[in-house]
Design a protein around this ligand. Structure first.
Ligand code: G6P
Length: 622
């Protein structure tokens, strides 16, 4: 979703802001803009529809904008088309400015989120003489700040507090006031925002990768908190205007972890980082060689007392949940209900009290997942989040947090964070299974040993990608693809299908193999690509017979299976083998070739796999 980058310090703000925005591109956007204020108080604003490179060209990479204090924004359109006029920053003047000419608006601001009552506020402001040049809720928000600032003459923090009380919705807001040169003011509710400091500079951004190059010293802005940013300092305030003491934390990411490190694309880099991500995840939760979550506050008795699991998530994280359902049932023997967060939040599902609600989210900011967490909190025993970003909203609002140490994930399509999530879920299943006496220590150790070997096996799969590249080039012009499997293999199909469709734009669908006959098989034509996933031994014959049915209708059969199943070659036109591991964990291996398939089809079609059209990395609106 939208990306915010603000700077106040000694450097020229323009180039720093554009650099930060380029590191937020992964979030998804369709227009961009920048406002820089010079020493005389003039603000220069440049905005452009489309890619950031348009803005970079119009401003000579930001250097044409004089001044050491400014705000930048990449906008993912919600209210109003992705036009130059609707792009941020927005100003409190009645007329827009986007050509770099000098203006002196009292308030200039950028915003991420949605103001739900903006129509009503717009009417109120019209009555007070304000005029609107854009269709955005952000322009309303900026003008409302201006209105309270002028009405009460109380200073920026109080004007922001009054605005926050009046607006409904979510926001990460950063504004400059004409009366306060060299300062940026921020406010936050339910939209991500971090603030970074060095000796003599202060940054505000939507995510850490934007500013990692400059500082690792980070403040996490809390909900309903405001801040005043001056060079080298951030002062936080609550809604009453009282100062909130805070110390910065050191970001756990290294400065180069958000760089491409020799790879042409982040997606490929992140696919290749999976062995490390998995290894680090295993180490994080097996401190003395056994699964142990006590550092996160979860004690063995907690495992014993859990009677049921609810898991809420969106996108790939939802697929991790679906996959884990089979693993929990098998290893822990407890009922699991998996729900898409966006569906759950508007349903009247009664939850059992003695249950643990798990929310899985790479970003920790997905609006629907956060809402599901809040809803579950009212009913269940405890909530637990699995997130990749510490300090994120979901992490902060859950009772326990298991952070996946996968490092920053930049490509929109998740790979390494997904793999790390799945490992945490395996470990949780072992922990609950042994805590409840479902499996003895020996069995638990054997499973853990299998999990420990997963990174090496992923490395092995990644070491030979030629077959997958061949398949990718053969089907790069395909109109559609079907992925089928049963049990865990069905969950793998779901995630594999998403990987293929989101970066290659091939219409791809996952089906439970047994469901094919209930309609989908009628779509098959000569040459249609059907990928069968057959890693589960007890389901192998069943899925195989479904593949034979597809072949009989002319489909091209690609099979993905464990090493021992060479008999598949009698049926399949193409076979890809993965190493074997314990059956519940095969998903971690089977998914890797499908991630590569999506990536290489995207490359074969000349697309940018890191930034698929219309998608955003972190979906902070409904
Ligand atoms: C977006 C991303 C997906 C991700 C989903 C959920 O759609 O493109 O890769 O799986 O959001 O995001 P989360 O941060 O909650 O895991």
């Amino acid at each position: 979703m939208c990306g915010i980058m603000g700077y106040v310090g000694k450097k020229q703000a323009g180039p720093v802001i554009l650099d930060g925005l380029s590191r937020l591109e992964y979030r998804g956007y369709d227009s961009a803009g920048i406002a820089v204020r010079d020493d005389s108080g003039d603000v220069r604003i440049v905005k452009a529809a489309g890619k950031l490179k348009n803005l970079a060209e119009m401003t000579q990479n930001g250097s044409s904008l004089e001044g050491t204090c400014g705000l930048g924004h990449t906008r993912w359109a919600t209210h109003g088309e992705p036009t130059q006029t609707n792009a941020h920053p927005h100003i409190s003047l009645n007329e827009e400015e986007h050509s770099g000419a000098a203006v002196v608006p009292q308030v200039t601001g950028v915003h991420n989120g949605i103001i739900e009552n903006y129509q009503e506020l717009r009417i109120k402001l019209l009555r007070h003489g304000y005029r609107f040049y854009s269709d955005t809720d952000t322009e309303v928000l900026v003008k409302l700040v201006d209105y309270y600032y002028k009405k009460y003459k109380v200073g920026p923090i109080d004007a922001l507090a009054k605005t926050m009380v009046r607006v409904q919705g979510s926001y990460a807001l950063a504004v400059m006031f004409a009366d306060y040169p060299g300062e940026i003011y921020t406010a936050r509710k339910d939209s991500p925002m971090i603030i970074g400091v060095t000796e003599d500079e202060t940054f505000v951004a939507s995510d850490i990768p934007a500013i990692l190059k400059y500082t690792q010293s980070i403040y996490y802005a809390e909900n309903l908190e405001m801040a005043r940013l001056i060079p080298g300092q951030a002062i936080f305030y609550d809604l009453n205007g009282d100062i909130v003491p805070k110390t910065p934390q050191i970001a756990e990411y290294s400065a180069d972890s958000a760089e491409k490190g020799g790879y042409e694309f982040f997606m490929l880099k992140e696919i290749y980082e999976q062995p490390k991500a998995v290894r680090d995840t295993i180490s994080a939760f097996t401190p003395d060689g056994e699964v142990d979550f006590s550092a996160e506050g979860l004690l063995p008795d907690d495992a014993k007392n859990v009677e049921r699991l609810y898991i809420f998530a969106c996108g790939s994280a939802y697929h991790a949940a679906v996959l884990s359902q089979y693993v929990f049932e098998e290893l822990a023997g407890i009922p699991v209900r998996v729900e898409m967060a966006s569906e759950f939040r508007y349903r009247a599902v009664p939850l059992e009290k003695n249950s643990l609600a798990i929310v899985i989210s790479q970003s920790g900011e997905t609006a629907d997942s956060l809402a599901a967490l809040r809803k579950a909190k009212e009913q269940v025993l405890k909530t637990l989040s699995i997130v990749n970003v510490s300090g994120s909203s979901i992490a902060r609002e859950s009772d326990y947090t298991l952070r996946t140490p996968a490092g920053p994930e930049i490509a929109v399509a998740t790979t390494k964070a997904f793999s790390a999530q799945v490992i945490v879920l395996y470990l949780l299943a072992l922990w609950i299974g042994s805590g409840k006496g479902r499996m003895d220590r020996e069995r638990c150790r054997e499973y853990l040993e299998e999990i420990r070997q997963i990174p090496e096996k992923i490395e092995e799969i990644l070491s030979d990608k030629t077959k997958i590249q061949w398949l990718a080039s053969k089907f790069s012009n395909a109109k559609e693809a079907f992925l089928i499997g049963r049990g865990i293999d069905y969950a793998v199909s779901m995630e594999g299908s998403l990987k293929v469709k989101e970066v290659s734009y091939i219409h791809s669908e996952a089906y439970a193999a047994g469901e094919l006959k209930h309609g989908t098989i009628s779509l098959l034509e000569k040459g249609t690509l059907v990928i069968g996933i057959l890693t589960q031994k007890d389901l192998y014959e069943k899925t195989l017979s479904n593949l034979i049915e597809c072949k009989a209708r002319g489909a091209y059969i690609a099979a993905l299976t464990g090493r021992g199943n060479s008999g598949i070659e009698e049926t399949a036109d193409f076979t890809m083998y993965v190493p074997e591991t314990a059956q519940p964990f095969m998903g971690s291996l089977a998914l890797i070739p499908l991630q590569l398939l999506g990536f290489y089809i995207s490359i074969a079609k000349g697309l940018d796999p890191d930034k698929p059209r219309n998608l955003a990395k972190s979906v902070t609106v409904e």
